[in-house]
Design a protein around this ligand. Structure first.
Ligand SMILES: [Zn+2]
Length: 478
């Protein structure tokens, strides 16, 4: 994230059926309608009762978002297509489907997207419906069946006749008209994807080591070529920094929106292989754009693209497996947001002429030092893990928690980078250490523990940086 500026009995039954893909269908019937309809077919029908759950936060959002309040008309059906009992749980975003002795074959519900955008004031947290455009965030429209989060999903999307339908799960340009059918490896992949459709959706592809899909909806003037070039540059530099190709295509979902009174357009959001940038129209790249805005956009793109590696593919405890029903307490947001941020800075600096790169890095680090030095004493007295726990819920709502978490993390990363370069006589740097964390996470499919980082870094680079970790994890003052 970045600012611009129990149930053991039926769980066993569910696990036995984990092989058949779940079928999700999403339809937006016609232009001007406020709602999307979702249908979940369960080819291996689990025994009732079954819990149907809507997210109340999303990975990297670090806040509570009540997506369940926009769920309407939940219906469930049994083997014979008979309607089943549906009970809303008194607390929490859960519905209990059916009674013992029945099997749940199908669930249907709708999401009022227009009401969602009215009530959720941060543009990046909400899906949107416009006369000729619909932009949907997976976690804001898709619920899951408790216990089936790891099951493969076949998704079928249906839009109004003639509308192009684009999904980040299988980005295709030109996009197919009216319908698209794709797969998601599991619920997380579905929830962390976007579905975009409509005649006002502009799509552009550019080739590279990782292909780039630009999916843009603009309510004002916008230079798509220049925008696309900036994103291409950022993606190439970030990919070059991490070295691998974890996905074939990265999608930039860019919305340039006429601001609604009281709404906030200052945050963007990373996903597995895409980024959502929901900005106000005055952030559009045009012929009159200032170099400052161009630089800010390049840094913003690189930041969110770097997140597709850190934390999406290298993460501490609490990030994956993800807790969808309430914001998880995470001890390592300083890694997600600080090391991710620093990696983007280093990647961009590497691609610049040496002098310009040093100056750029210095400017960025100066900004981070200012955040830390100007922080209120009570925040400076917090150990970094405590600050990270606060930021788990308050990251953007009280951005002092977000800023100080990422600033301390990024300054720690910078110091580690300098130490490794110095002691290895320029043969190694932080990227070697980060690549080792990426490799371990992918090999072992588990989050790292904080105390594993220093030994792993040493193994990868030959340099002991444990004292730098210890320093930054402590309070800044007593
Ligand atoms: Zn971020």
């Amino acid at each position: 994230m970045k600012r611009w500026g129990v149930l053991a009995v039926f769980l066993c039954a569910l696990a036995a059926n984990a092989e058949s893909p779940l079928k999700y269908g999403l339809s937006y019937r016609s232009e001007g309608v406020n709602v999307v309809q979702v249908r979940i077919d369960l080819p291996s029908p689990p025994s009732a009762p079954v819990s149907f759950v809507m997210p109340r936060n999303y990975p990297g959002g670090y806040e509570f978002v009540p997506y369940d309040s926009f769920v309407e008309d939940v219906r469930a059906f049994s083997d014979e297509g008979k309607p089943m009992a549906v009970k809303r749980a008194p607390d929490g975003p859960r519905w209990l489907l059916g009674n013992a002795g029945e099997n749940v074959v199908r669930v249907e519900y709708s999401i009022d997207v227009v009401r969602m955008e009215k009530q959720i004031l941060s543009s990046v947290d909400t899906s949107k419906v416009r006369p000729h455009y619909v932009g949907l965030l997976g976690y804001s429209v898709f619920a899951y069946i408790d216990g089936l989060e790891d099951t493969k999903i076949a998704l079928h999307v249906e839009g109004p006749p003639g509308w192009p339908v684009f999904t980040t799960l299988a980005p295709a340009i030109p996009a197919p008209l009216q319908t698209a059918s794709v797969f998601a490896a599991n619920y997380y992949a579905l929830a962390d994807s976007e579905i975009l459709m409509g005649p006002d959706l502009q799509l552009r592809q550019s080739d590279g080591t990782i292909a780039l899909a630009m999916a843009v909806y603009a309510e004002g003037e916008e230079d798509l070529s220049q925008e696309s070039q900036l994103a291409r540059t950022a993606l190439d530099r970030v990919q070059h920094y991490f070295g691998d190709v974890p996905f074939p295509t990265y999608t930039v979902q860019l919305e340039l929106l006429k601001p609604l009174p009281g709404h906030d357009y200052s945050f963007a959001q990373e996903h597995l292989n895409s980024g959502t940038f929901s900005l106000a129209t005055d952030e559009a790249i045009t012929a009159h754009t200032t170099p400052q805005l161009i630089r800010r956009r390049l840094v913003g793109y690189a930041h969110h693209m770097a997140h597709s590696w850190i934390p999406k593919r290298a993460y501490g405890e609490g990030y994956i497996p993800f807790l969808w029903e309430m914001p998880p307490v995470i001890d390592t947001i300083w890694f997600n947001e600080g090391f991710g941020r620093y990696a983007a800075i280093a990647a961009l600096a590497d691609g610049m002429p040496a002098h310009e790169g040093q100056e750029f890095r210095q400017d960025q680090l100066d900004g981070l030092r200012n955040i830390v030095s100007e922080a209120p004493a009570f925040i400076r007295r917090m150990p970094l893990v405590v600050l990270s726990r606060e930021a788990s819920f308050l990251y953007s709502q009280d951005f002092r928690t977000g800023m100080n978490t990422f600033a301390r993390g990024a300054l720690m990363a910078a110091q580690i980078d300098d130490r490794i370069r110095e002691q290895s006589r320029g043969k190694k740097d932080l990227r070697d250490a980060l690549r080792a964390v990426l490799l371990q996470t992918q090999k072992e499919h588990r989050p790292f523990k904080i105390e594993e980082l220093a030994p792993l870094f040493q193994q990868a680079t030959g340099v002991d940086v444990s004292e730098i970790f210890q320093h930054w994890l402590q309070p800044l003052e007593h």
